[in-house]
Design a protein. Structure first.
Length: 253
């Protein structure tokens, strides 16, 4: 995604299927699509003869070792916050010789987030829980909590940590969102509400339970702006139009 934003998609020789999900333009042009970064074999990657391998956690240490032994440059990323993501974009732009374009991408992201924050203004701030995995329940990363704040919400649990269904019940969120890693838009909202005993949550009683497409919140790149728009609509539907990539459960009466 970042290489596309930098105008360098023609430099990509291989990527994971999750990269292809968020950036479909990468499919074709004889590019190799591998399964994912934590199951791909080093031979599969090295067979594409890359000069540079970019990876964000999680990735295999064994495969990393083989890549480094082969003399291929490796840039490993482990972002947690929006500031980390901006720094990673700058690092990728720098190593690719596109520093100025990287700064433009970062500025565009920051401006979009500021615009949403300004549009929310002094509107009431609903209490929000967002999860990136369901078994065990793992709250979304700190950058998602930052986007929730920009969209006018209050993230009610520590981000990026395991948490129980009972702790979420105690937090009494007004809005519940799920963006499970690798699940696309296929989170079974009705099933998790029933299995976790959440029928009396404020979010469930008012039907404010949502699935946001995985790639919109879990990809540390400019695609997060699509996630921000989805969050903004979920939290303040009177202020923002409904975007693509979000699905809502029905109200439970």
């Amino acid at each position: 995604m970042t290489l596309r934003d930098l105008g360098l998609l023609d430099r990509v020789v291989a990527c994971t299927r999750y990269c292809a999900d968020v950036c479909p333009e990468v499919v074709g042009a004889s590019r190799v699509i591998i399964s994912d970064s934590w199951s791909a074999q080093s031979q599969e990657i090295l067979a594409t003869h890359p000069d540079l391998v970019l990876a964000s956690v999680p990735y295999q240490q064994e495969a990393l070792g083989e890549i480094l032994k082969a003399g291929v440059r490796f840039l490993g990323l482990a972002p947690r916050t929006l500031a980390d993501i901006y720094a990673d974009i700058a690092a990728i732009a720098g190593v690719m010789g596109a520093w100025e374009r990287g700064q433009s991408v970062i500025a565009a992201m920051q401006n979009c987030i500021a615009e949403v924050r300004d549009a929310v203004g002094t509107a009431p701030r609903p209490r929000v829980f967002c999860e990136e995995w369901g078994k065990p329940i793992i709250a979304s990363q700190p950058w998602v909590a930052e986007l929730v704040a920009a969209a006018g919400g209050e993230f009610v649990v520590p981000p990026g940590q395991k948490i129980t269904a009972e702790e979420i019940t105690s937090a009494q969120p007004d809005v519940v969102l799920a963006a499970w890693c690798g699940a696309g838009n296929r989170v079974p909202l009705e099933k998790i509400v029933e299995q976790r005993g959440w029928m009396e949550l404020p979010a469930v009683r008012t039907g404010r339970v949502f699935c946001i497409n995985d790639e919109l919140l879990n990809t540390p790149a400019s695609s997060l702006l699509g996630g921000l728009r989805a969050l903004a609509w979920a939290l303040h539907p009177g202020l923002f139009p409904k975007p693509r990539g979000i699905r809502q459960i029905g109200a439970v009466i």
